[in-house]
Ligand binder design. Structure first.
Ligand SMILES: *[C@@H]1O[C@H](CO)[C@@H](O)[C@H](O)[C@H]1NC(C)=O
Ligand SMILES: *[C@@H]1O[C@H](CO)[C@@H](O)[C@H](O)[C@H]1NC(C)=O
Ligand SMILES: *[C@@H]1O[C@H](CO)[C@@H](O)[C@H](O)[C@H]1NC(C)=O
Length: 368
């Protein structure tokens, strides 16, 4: 699980790793990075037996199957009695395998996190693209139970690769219009099944990164009267991706196909490769609601978290009634030209993802 802290950036900068990508990185940094990759080695896979035994895997599959069918019926693509269910034993057998959607490892929050976003399910706010009904289950990997009452935060770019709530040179067309809207950003509370649901878009691409959605999981936050949250702790900072072939089809649709920015493939993205480490799969599991992408999409993913983990991601801006305003002292201010946390993204050293040896795993268990 990758929490790319400022300390590590400083070490990488000092070692010249950022300035000279590809140069061999000091072993201590690698070990530190490997440790940061997996501070808690328990994953959704570790919980497979318990989640299957409790009936949770079966129930969640049935719930999601029914929800997709409901969307198909609502769109006129299926009849209410048409639902063909998959064999639940088969679903349980596959659960948690790398080929299934399981866990998104910790990743950097990146330069465009805006705090103070609203609690709401529909994040579209007028943005056009491949509308996606997202279903996210959060699992406590220390107890193997769903996490209730956590706030799942989600943000991604619009179809042409621009984040809202910020204005930055590296942010798509860099236009000022984006700073005035909170589209494609928001939070939802997990219910009794550990589920948060959203309506958003498949994110467009921008220079230096493969298409991705960001997520942050908040625990113990206080709900404010204006439908935002305050305080609490953050156990997970992650990114979701879209399988490359399917993404290629989305990119051919309007308005994705008007995006002038260079696209980076998943296979070229260092953070995606990190996300695939340790048997994790950060790809959303996506189904068409109708017969084509334009009919809408249904997507799900399960995230394993340790609710006691306490990460400190840094927002660049804060959402207010007047739009996005800078957070004083943010290490992301000035990205990509001059900022404390510059050196991520495109500038980050590309190191092939590496499976850790048994020795390293044991060692990590003792590193606080
Ligand atoms: C939780 O899942 C069960 C089983 O699928 C379902 O019956 C129930 O409605 C779900 N609860 C919520 C709050 O979604
Ligand atoms: C994405 O946002 C930018 C900035 O607001 C805007 O110029 C662009 O038109 C948007 N893309 C789409 C497809 O609406
Ligand atoms: C919500 O209330 C908090 C606390 O008063 C305030 O700081 C924040 O700006 C408000 N957010 C919005 C979007 O109005």
């Amino acid at each position: 699980m990758v929490q790319l802290t400022q300390a590590v950036t400083a070490i990488l900068l000092a070692s010249g790793a950022v300035a000279h990508p590809g140069k061999s990185i000091n072993k201590d940094i690698l070990r530190r990075q490997a440790h940061l990759d997996h501070p808690e080695r328990r994953s959704v896979q570790s919980c497979k037996r318990d989640l299957v035994a409790s009936g949770w895997v079966r129930e969640q599959h049935a719930r999601r199957e029914a929800r997709l069918h409901e969307l198909r019926v609502a769109g006129g693509f299926a009849k209410p009695n048409d639902l063909v269910r998959r064999n639940p034993a088969e679903v349980e057998g596959e659960y948690g395998a790398a080929a299934a959607c399981t866990l998104d490892p910790e990743a950097t929050e990146g330069p465009y996190w805006v705090i103070g976003e609203l609690i709401r399910q529909d994040l579209l706010t007028g943005e056009k693209g491949a509308v996606t009904h997202l279903d996210i289950n959060v699992i406590d990997t220390s107890t193997c139970k769903p996490v209730t009452d956590a706030y799942v935060e989600l943000w991604g770019t619009n179809a042409t690769g621009v984040y809202t709530g910020v204005q930055a040179k590296g942010n798509g067309d860099g236009s000022r219009t984006a700073v005035a809207t909170n589209a494609l950003r928001g939070l939802q509370k997990t219910g009794s099944n550990g589920t948060a649901t959203f309506i958003s878009l498949i994110p467009g691409h921008y220079v230096g990164r493969a298409n991705h959605l960001h997520t942050i999981i908040h625990h113990g936050a206080k709900l404010l009267p204006n439908n935002t949250i305050q305080g609490g702790t953050i156990s997970h900072v992650g990114q979701f991706y879209v399988e490359q072939n399917f993404l290629g089809q989305v990119e051919k649709t309007t308005p994705y196909n008007t995006n002038k920015q260079t696209q980076m493939l998943n296979s070229q993205d260092f953070l995606y490769q990190m996300g695939k480490q340790g048997g994790d799969d950060p790809n959303l599991h996506i189904s068409l609601i109708g017969s084509k992408i334009e009919d809408g999409l249904y997507a799900y993913i399960d995230i394993g978290v340790n609710p006691k983990a306490n990460y400190k991601p840094q927002p660049v801006n804060m959402w207010t009634e007047k739009g996005g305003i800078p957070v004083p002292g943010s290490p992301w201010t000035g990205y990509p030209d001059s900022c404390k946390n510059c050196g991520f993204g495109g500038g980050f050293p590309t190191r092939p993802p590496k499976e850790r040896s048994e020795d390293e795993k044991v060692e990590e268990a003792f590193v606080a």
